[in-house]
Ligand binder design. Structure first.
Ligand SMILES: Cc1cc2nc3c(=O)[nH]c(=O)nc-3n(C[C@H](O)[C@H](O)[C@H](O)COP(=O)(O)OP(=O)(O)OC[C@H]3O[C@@H](n4cnc5c(N)ncnc54)[C@H](O)[C@@H]3O)c2cc1C
Length: 351
């Protein structure tokens, strides 16, 4: 079978890139092993326009936000599903200093940071001493619904192989890739954090980041806000909430840890006044890198092999924009932004 692109992985990256390429009229096959602990399946799906303790606007958010909104709305229309909702983050300041920092920022980041109205309404749900800031607007993307619908579409159009891909089954030349009975012009890796072991891309400056999360039922907690106090409580499904997450760049095992469970329970027992029941403990590795910029493009020495990866903590906002740009690059040779183009690593990838 002759195709244009063989894509490995159907997380956010593989989903959005395959969709953009199909929109360009390209013939695509996606291989995905259905791993339930992929980063995309464990992520909460928040698009937060301000970031870090210092609450600064995230990189290129003014370009990414409208683009992501339109892309998710388009997918909603195509599949008659609900994917993206506008919401806010209620930031329950943990300390006096944190409250002061937040309250000083609105002068600079007026667009997104506000003082929460009606703080008293939240005293029946949470214990807090230093007030509440509000980050608004934020967005919540239901990634699992998007992945499920796109997977079904790929399967129906005979464009999905549900198995584990191995480079051992491939023959790769500069202009051609063959894999079993498939003959492709290009092989593109959208395989998340495992790509750091890929012989074509293992020299990129990966900095994989393990994240742990609890899923808990919290009956009675309004599901139209994200709640933050060190950890985030994010609406997940019905009365289930996603609670997390950790960042661990030095992990040696992907198992859930007893220490995270205990720490999070201790924090919830102090902060949350409502009863809760933990029903799951999830863990995944974010495909992060030292530069905090995606890896996009074709290998400088082996141009039949490409990568769309390195989304780090921000796949929901970053992937829609760069999937579109990369598809345009592949189909029409339009330029890639130098900050994301893997050509910036030509020297180390040529060794
Ligand atoms: C705890 C946590 C919370 C997060 N919260 C957010 C958030 O709120 N907002 C946000 O924007 N981002 C968040 N992220 C980051 C986000 O999850 C990532 O940026 C994004 O999901 C990466 O998507 P991806 O498609 O590149 O990789 P992945 O989601 O890892 O997808 C890779 C896919 O490739 C498949 N695969 C891998 N190897 C093979 C193989 N050999 N054969 C076949 N298939 C293969 C895997 O099964 C998987 O389906 C979070 C991440 C974590 C871990």
């Amino acid at each position: 079978m002759n195709i244009d692109y063989l894509i490995i992985g159907q997380g956010i990256s593989g989903t959005l890139l395959s969709r953009s390429l199909i929109k360009e009229g390209k013939k695509v096959i996606v291989i995905d092993d259905g791993d339930s602990s992929s980063s995309s399946k464990v992520a909460s799906g928040v698009i937060n326009p301000v970031t870090g303790k210092r609450l600064v606007k995230t990189w290129m958010i003014d370009q990414f936000l409208p683009f992501a909104w339109n892309a998710y709305r388009e997918i909603e229309d195509e599949f008659s599903i609900s994917l993206i909702t506008k919401c806010n983050i209620l930031d329950f300041h943990l300390t006096k200093d944190a409250a002061q920092l937040f309250n000083e920022r609105p002068e600079i980041e007026k667009e997104y940071l506000h003082k929460a109205d009606n703080e008293d309404n939240w005293t029946e749900y949470f214990r807090f001493n230093y007030g509440i800031g509000e980050i608004d607007p934020c967005f919540l993307v239901n990634i699992r619904v998007m992945l499920g619908n796109w997977r079904a579409y790929l399967a129906e159009s005979n464009s999905l192989l549900q198995n584990k891909f191995s480079l051992d089954d491939c023959t790769i030349t500069e202009h051609h890739v063959s894999y079993k009975n498939i003959s492709a012009k290009k092989l593109i890796f959208c395989d998340g954090a495992v790509c750091s072991d890929n012989p074509y891309f293992n020299r990129l400056p990966w900095s994989k980041d393990k994240g742990e999360v609890l899923i808990a039922s919290i009956p009675g907690l309004p599901a139209n806000n994200i709640y933050k106090q060190g950890i985030n409580i994010v609406p997940w499904q019905g009365d289930l909430f996603w609670i997390g997450a950790t960042h661990d760049w030095k992990f040696t095992a992907m198992q859930p840890s007893a220490s995270f469970l205990k720490q999070t329970e201790d924090h919830l027992n102090y902060w949350l006044k409502l009863p809760y029941t933990i029903i799951d403990h999830l863990v995944a590795a974010r495909p992060a890198n030292v530069e905090r910029r995606p890896f996009v493009g074709l290998h400088p020495i082996m141009p039949s092999v490409g990568i769309f990866n390195g989304m780090g903590t921000k796949g929901c906002s970053v992937a829609p924009y760069f999937a579109h740009r990369f598809a345009k690059h592949l189909a029409h040779n339009s330029p890639l932004m130098p900050e994301v183009d893997i050509k910036r690593f030509t020297k180390i990838l040529s060794r």
